[in-house]
Each structure stands twice: as structure tokens, then as C-alpha cells.
Design a protein around this ligand. Structure first.
Ligand SMILES: NC(=O)c1ccc[n+]([C@@H]2O[C@H](COP(=O)([O-])OP(=O)(O)OC[C@H]3O[C@@H](n4cnc5c(N)ncnc54)[C@H](OP(=O)(O)O)[C@@H]3O)[C@@H](O)[C@H]2O)c1
Length: 361
């Protein structure tokens, strides 16, 4: 009897298996996303299909429509440590369902993820810093995300998903550096290094606030474009390796009141030489390698240096109000389809862009 029972179970299982095999795979409840896997040089981007996630209490399900790249996303690939991680911090999309207890969002709302899934405002903590999307936790290069509602902001109506997807990292970083930490005032001078994402947002924000942005670039063509975006002074750092002297000249020897220091090793000491009395240096990046020391010698009396790590949801929301007031539009250099995400990464590595690189989903 026992044998017959076992046989019946086996036959049933075999029949079930053949039914499953014969049923066409609809993928209706699957979504596509990129994950990082070991590749020939560090990590590679690999498309995976996973089951569609669903929101729990206080969570929101977002259909991601666009993602933007930051230099950090390229660096994470090179470092090769984040196996299985969904990459990229920045994305925007629409709410397609909400979990119980959600009060701030409804189906159909247009939202962006905050860079840190869990830094609403106030002082930063180690715990909050560990929730950086596309680094500490999974990121946005996926057709859908589930996020706690506190990790989302409403995006300005006049911006497309592509434009809004550029905001969470680069724009919020520039905002925090200039306004939250730098207390930017009309008439101040601001030094921007290069024409990448953070610097171009810094240029647009400073210009809209009535400040005087001075920008450097390796390309005269890019400097011409920067003038159209509001740069009042430009310097080619390739043809003028001691470009800080040109920056000082442009300020009649006074120096700049703010620096968005994204260059690192090759730029920090030069930027400090170009700093005005009581100027503020926002330490942001290491495009030429991370600077391993701040040269206090040339730091003018009264100058200050702040380490920036993007910003909070509070910063993001304050910035959005400013964007709406001034109707600022992010500068998108190029848009790639989801399938060509690796090409978008390669394009960033080439440094051909001015402003932001976007991937649509
Ligand atoms: N701490 C934070 O919160 C934070 C947030 C965002 C970004 N970051 C960091 O800030 C840096 C910029 O990020 P991003 O996303 O804006 O980069 P990005 O868009 O890739 O910027 C690339 C541009 O930077 C310029 N550049 C490269 N090397 C330079 C140098 N030695 N001196 C001056 N400019 C140089 C070049 O501009 P030209 O072609 O015009 O020469 C290049 O096209 C990165 O190191 C990033 O990791 C930090």
C-alpha cells in the first residue's frame, strides 16, 4: 500500500512538473533589474529577473521610469566588492501601490528616492549613512522598488522623470554644500571644478541665487556651454595647470567665497589658494584621487572646511522648492535605454559629458 501511495505522489509530481513545463512563462509578475556580479575587471552589470516586490506597512511600490548615473556608480564597479547589489542611487518614477499605514503618497504620485533611504533630516548618523542606495542597500537600476515612504520625495510637476532622476545625489550634494553648510548669499563667488553632475548643479543653483559662479574645465567647448548656464568666469585647467591664479585674477585677488571641491588630490590645495577670507570649502569628491590631507597652511584665516555626504530628505525638499521657484531644469547630456546601461557607464568613464547621464526604464 505504501508503495502505491509513493507511486501516486510521484506520478502526480511528474504530471505537475510537465504541466508547469508546458505552461508558457508569462513573466507577468517578474521585473527586470541590474545586479552587480564579478566580471573580468571588478564587477559587471548583469540583468536579472526577480519576482515583483510588494509593499509592506508604511512602504510604497514605485515603478522606476528613469535613473541617473553618478561617478560613485562607476567607482563601485571598479572596487568590485558589492556582489549581487542593485546599483545606482538615483531614480524617479510613479507610485503604483501603497502598503498599510502610508500617509504621504497615493497611487499615481510622481516621486524620487532619497539618496539615503533613512536620513530624514538633522545630524547625520553612521546608521543613516549605511542606507545609501546603490551602496549600503540596493539601488534604483530596477523596474520597481519598494521603499519606506520616508525614503521618497514628491518631484516637481514641471520636471520629466528623466530630469527628476538627476536630483537625488548630485543636485542635493551641491545644494547642501552651498546652502545648508555654506550659507550662500547673493553676490558671493563660487568655484566649480569641471563640468560633471555636481559642478553643473552647483553652477545653476549659485547662478539662480544671484551668486557669481566661476567654473573650470579641460574643454573650452564645455566652458562656452557653462557660460550659457550662468558662469561669470571660466578657466581651462588643462591649458592652465596653475588655474588657481586665474581664479584669483577673476576675483581681483579677493578669492572665492565657496568651493565645491570635487577634484581631490590635484585640486584641493589649489582651491584653498583661491579661497577668500572666511570662505567655505565643501569637500565632496576625488576625481583625481582622494586628497589625503587638507593643507591648513594656505587656508585663509576664518576659512572653513566641511565634509559633505550628499544630504537628507529635508535638504532634498528644500532644494525642490528652490527649483520650482526658479524653474531650474537639470542639464541632461545623454539618455540611454535600460538595455544599454553598460554603455551609459562607459560614457561616464570617458568624461565626454556635461551635466548628467540618464537611463530610462
Ligand atoms: N561627497 C558626496 O556627497 C559626493 C556626492 C556626489 C559626488 N561626489 C564625488 O564628487 C566627484 C564628482 O562627481 P560627479 O558625479 O559630479 O562626477 P562626473 O559627472 O563624472 O564629473 C566628471 C567631470 O569632472 C571633471 N574632472 C575630472 N577630473 C578633474 C580634475 N582633476 N579637475 C577638475 N575637474 C575634473 C571633468 O570635467 P571637464 O570635462 O569639464 O574637464 C569630468 O568630465 C566624484 O569624485 C564623486 O564621487 C561626492
Amino acid at each position: 500500500m505504501q508503495n502505491f501511495g509513493t507511486m501516486r505522489i510521484l506520478v502526480t509530481l511528474t504530471l505537475l512538473a510537465s504541466v508547469v513545463a508546458a505552461t508558457p512563462k508569462t513573466h507577468a509578475q517578474n521585473i527586470r533589474q541590474y545586479q552587480l556580479e564579478p566580471g573580468p575587471n571588478g564587477l559587471a552589470l548583469v540583468v536579472k529577473e526577480i519576482a515583483q516586490p510588494s509593499p509592506g506597512a508604511n512602504e510604497v511600490l514605485v515603478r522606476v521610469r528613469a535613473v541617473s548615473l553618478n561617478r560613485r556608480d562607476v567607482s563601485i564597479l571598479d572596487r568590485g566588492v558589492a556582489n549581487g547589489l542593485v546599483p545606482t542611487s538615483d531614480g524617479a518614477g510613479e507610485v503604483i501601490s501603497i502598503g498599510p499605514g502610508v500617509t504621504q503618497f497615493a497611487v499615481g504620485d510622481r516621486v524620487a528616492g532619497t539618496f539615503f533611504a533613512d536620513w530624514s533630516g538633522g545630524r547625520r548618523t553612521r546608521e543613516a549613512m549605511a542606507t545609501a542606495r546603490g551602496g549600503g542597500i540596493d539601488g534604483m537600476l530596477t523596474e520597481m522598488i519598494v521603499s519606506h515612504e520616508a525614503g521618497l520625495v514628491t518631484i516637481p510637476d514641471y520636471l520629466s522623470f528623466e530630469e527628476a532622476a538627476t536630483l537625488p545625489c548630485a543636485a542635493v550634494t551641491a545644494w547642501r554644500a552651498l546652502f545648508t553648510e555654506g550659507n550662500l548669499q547673493p553676490g558671493d563667488t563660487v568655484l566649480l571644478e569641471g563640468t560633471g553632475g555636481v559642478s553643473i548643479f552647483g553652477l545653476q543653483l549659485a547662478s539662480a541665487a544671484g551668486a557669481n559662479p566661476i567654473i573650470t574645465s579641460s574643454s573650452d567647448t564645455k566652458l562656452e556651454r557653462a557660460k550659457l548656464l550662468g558662469a561669470t568666469g571660466t578657466v581651462n585647467y588643462r591649458t592652465n595647470p596653475e588655474w588657481q591664479e586665474d581664479v584669483l585674477n577673476l576675483t581681483e585677488g579677493v578669492g572665492v567665497d565657496h568651493v565645491l571641491e570635487v577634484g581631490g588630490q590635484q585640486t584641493l590645495h589649489r582651491a584653498i589658494e583661491a579661497l577668500a577670507f572666511d570662505g567655505h570649502v565643501a569637500i565632496i569628491g576625488g576625481l583625481s584621487g582622494r586628497a589625503d590631507a587638507i593643507p591648513l597652511g594656505p587656508l585663509p584665516e576664518g576659512g572653513s572646511v566641511t565634509d559633505i555626504f550628499v544630504g537628507s530628505r529635508e535638504d532634498f525638499e528644500a532644494m525642490n522648492e528652490f527649483l520650482i521657484e526658479h524653474q531650474l531644469r537639470p542639464v541632461i547630456d545623454r539618455i540611454f535605454p535600460f538595455e544599454e546601461a553598460p554603455a551609459a557607464y562607459a560614457y561616464m568613464t570617458s568624461n565626454s559629458h556635461l551635466g548628467k547621464i540618464v537611463i530610462t526604464l
